[in-house]
Design a protein. Structure first.
Length: 252
């Protein structure tokens, strides 16, 4: 082999080496692009967890008291199930011809506590004959913890000092008094959901209202208990004094 042939072979070797390197580089680049495209495809296919929602009617614009609700005032808005307000009205049929008695902001859900029936017109027209509405301020723990709702029925307990028959001494008596009181409305200072109630509107007979008024003005400690929705029967519970407690639980 002469020198010329040697240079030719050397040149061919260099060309082959460069070609092989270029081919390897090209294949690596193609593989990288393929992996990148595959990664993008997989990322695109990764769908966020599906959140179950529920469509609720909300105010299409700010609404003021006295407005008769029409279809133009309502639109449907999806809410995650775990964020649906407990008292929210869930269908538009329940809003038909209802009258607003409290302001509602745009996008806010509707609730029965802010509406009266169109046929009823005013609150006074919703009171059954022979009954009146009495506003009772919130004072006991049951109402402060905000578990009462419109339409609930409650009983009233009271502890107050009672003077003995001979007038020489007084002792505390706890009694189960007025029963099956209808909660017409739970009143709040504002529309904020986290605002605690400040008063109850109670529907009662005039006779029971006088009793409630006297009990409230007596200065005794008043507490309410919540009745089961299916229980409307009166109960007979004798009053409890210190002597009754001592006797029953053998405190001496």
């Amino acid at each position: 082999m002469n020198r010329r042939q040697g240079w030719v072979l050397l040149s061919l070797g260099v060309v082959l080496a460069l070609g092989t390197g270029a081919l390897v580089f090209f294949l690596l680049q193609q593989q990288q692009r393929t992996l990148s495209v595959e990664a993008e495809r997989m990322a695109a296919e990764q769908v966020a967890p599906v959140v179950s929602t529920m469509d609720l009617p909300v105010a299409a614009r700010p609404l003021q008291p006295g407005v008769v609700i029409t279809s133009d005032d309502v639109l449907m808005k999806p809410f995650p199930l775990d964020l649906v307000p407990v008292a929210a009205i869930t269908d538009t049929i329940s809003l038909k011809d209802q009258i607003l008695i409290a302001p509602i902001g745009q996008g806010e859900t509707f609730s029965n506590s802010k509406l009266v029936g169109g046929d009823a017109g005013t609150i006074s027209q919703q009171i059954d004959p022979g009954h009146v509405i009495f506003a009772f301020p919130i004072s006991d723990l049951l109402t402060q913890v905000d578990i009462l709702a419109d339409g609930d029925h409650i009983d009233l307990l009271i502890t107050l000092p009672v003077i003995s028959a001979d007038g020489t001494e007084s002792h505390d008596v706890t009694a189960y008094t007025l029963q099956n009181i209808n909660v017409f409305r739970v009143l709040r200072p504002s529309l904020e959901a986290d605002q605690p109630p400040i008063a109850l509107l109670l529907t009662m007979t005039p006779e029971d209202v006088l009793m409630l008024k006297r009990l409230k003005d007596s200065g005794g400690k008043i507490d309410f208990v919540l009745r089961p929705i299916s229980d409307r029967e009166p109960v007979e519970v004798p009053p409890v004094t210190d002597d009754v407690l001592i006797s029953r639980y053998n405190l001496r």
